[in-house]
Design a binder for this molecule. Structure first.
Ligand SMILES: *[C@@H]1O[C@H](CO)[C@@H](O)[C@H](O)[C@H]1NC(C)=O
Ligand SMILES: *[C@@H]1O[C@H](CO)[C@@H](O)[C@H](O)[C@H]1NC(C)=O
Length: 336
């Protein structure tokens, strides 16, 4: 394209055609400096304006830049760095797990500055302390340690020692009724779970054990399934006396609100979108086997948001039937 423009520059009469050619050419992006070492990328619409580039690294590695969008005029957002022969360009990097820096009343071995995928740590308690949780943990490809938080404690308090999960710092070392412990994550890690927990009369802690996530840390489908089924199980209690474990009564206030958001943006491949849609349909159908009628709120979001069912509809006469919700999910056109 540059050549054509130079040529037309000399013949100002046909300059207009250059601009027109230039307009189509300029609005696209180029694939210069995009490749990632150790991985590959996909483009949703080639190098056309609006195309989304997604980087893929093998399991156990992550890309420091997850995606880019072609803004036109050969500009990607974010811009790739010009690769200089002396400096490495974009590379897939080894996944790390949060440091078990807060482990108390015992020792971690080996003690390292950083722990990478497949690194193994073992935990030992000082004498007088008993270990609960995992004695050995391996750093998994999703950025989390296998097993559960190792805790060294002397069982004398009302609540058990809530531990110091990898990556966290804890304040609070009293575990009697009403005592609080607070957590924060080291560095720029994001805390998922409870940053504050209180010792209850029942001898349990409020909330959930905190976890520290890197930007690339993710939950495996198995982890999600476990948390999801646990939360449904605690919301729904089975009345075993009536029918063979089939009748389910809603706990407490008898309301179950399920919110689902489905990502249909360009960075999500249509086959992945289809799979997610199938999972949601299966989930709705499975739950409808129980004698509960949860209220659903389902949105599909891309550049615009499409509401499949609105939770407030259930409080109107116009509420959609379950099969209509499923039909509407099916009808959603990914392409638009
Ligand atoms: C981690 O170990 C597994 C099993 O030995 C291996 O397949 C995988 O390639 C290793 N991952 C990395 C990033 O080295
Ligand atoms: C996704 O689902 C739609 C609608 O069911 C179907 O037409 C399309 O072929 C599917 N695409 C892929 C890639 O699975």
């Amino acid at each position: 394209m540059a050549k054509i423009c130079l040529w037309t520059y000399l013949f100002t009469l046909i300059r207009v055609s250059c601009l027109m050619l230039g307009a189509t050419a300029d609005s696209d992006c180029s694939e210069d400096n995009l490749p990632i070492e150790g991985g590959h990328y996909t483009l949703s619409k080639g190098v056309k304006v609006g195309s989304v580039l997604v980087y893929n690294c093998p399991s156990g590695y992550y890309s420091p830049v997850r995606s880019r969008r072609c803004l036109g005029n050969r500009k990607w957002d974010p811009l790739p760095k010009r690769s200089r022969p002396t400096r490495p360009g974009l590379q897939c990097k080894l996944v790390r797990c949060p440091h078990p820096l807060g482990f108390q009343h015992g020792s971690v071995s080996p003690l390292q500055d950083k722990y990478y995928v497949n690194d193994t740590t073992t935990y030992e308690c000082f004498s007088d302390y008993k270990l609960s949780g995992s004695e050995t943990r391996v750093c998994n490809a999703n950025g989390k340690w296998s097993g559960s938080t190792p805790i060294c404690s002397r069982n004398s308090d009302h609540c058990p020692d809530p531990g110091v999960p990898a990556g966290t710092r804890r304040t609070g070392n009293e575990f009697y009724i009403g005592d609080k412990v607070t957590y924060r994550c080291e560095d720029a890690l994001t805390l998922i779970g409870s940053n504050e927990r209180t010792c209850k009369e029942s001898g349990e802690w409020t909330g959930q054990e905190p976890e520290c996530y890197y930007e690339y840390t993710y939950d495996t489908p198995e982890e999600i399934a476990e948390v999801f089924s646990k939360s449904i199980q605690t919301t729904l209690t089975e009345d075993m006396n009536k029918q063979q474990g089939k009748k389910i009564n809603l706990d407490k206030d008898g309301n179950l609100h399920i919110y689902i958001a489905l990502d249909a943006s360009d960075s999500i491949d249509i086959s992945i979108f289809n799979q997610s849609r199938d999972v949601i349909k299966q989930l709705i159908e499975k739950i409808s086997d129980y004698e509960v009628s949860p209220k659903y709120d389902i949105v599909v979001f891309a550049t615009k948001v499409t509401k499949i069912v609105d939770i407030t509809d259930y409080y109107k006469r116009t509420a959609k039937k379950l099969f209509e919700v499923i039909e509407d999910l099916d009808r959603f056109d990914y392409g638009t």
